[in-house]
Design a protein around this ligand. Structure first.
Ligand SMILES: [Zn+2]
Length: 101
């Protein structure tokens, strides 16, 4: 297991995870619940973390995460109408997958 991403933003962590899973890289998100403990733990301990399950995927995972975000207009969720940036494949609000490319 190798940690390839950490952020206080859980949406970003999940976005990174989606990118990696799309590439066929097996991942695990840790510390998803810790943000509620913020204030009691040192901030660095409260970050959501994305780990690759297989160590040999680490280099590829970093390459995927460093790719520039796709350009394009925001898209509207078909479930709740929330608008998201082009880099997201899932609605941050209701979790619906993006249907239109
Ligand atoms: Zn939605």
């Amino acid at each position: 297991m190798k940690r390839v991403f950490a952020s206080h933003n859980l949406v970003l962590a999940h976005h990174s995870r989606n990118l990696l899973e799309t590439e066929g890289i097996e991942t695990e998100v840790r510390n998803q619940m810790l943000s509620s403990a913020m204030g009691e733990l040192p901030p660095a301990e409260c970050q959501a973390e994305v780990w690759v399950v297989n160590d040999e995927d680490e280099a590829r995972a970093f390459a995927v995460l460093r790719r520039p975000a796709p350009a394009g207009p925001d898209w509207a969720c078909e479930g709740c109408g929330e608008r998201s940036g082009p880099q997201f494949t899932q609605c941050w609000r209701c979790g619906a997958l993006r249907l239109t490319p």
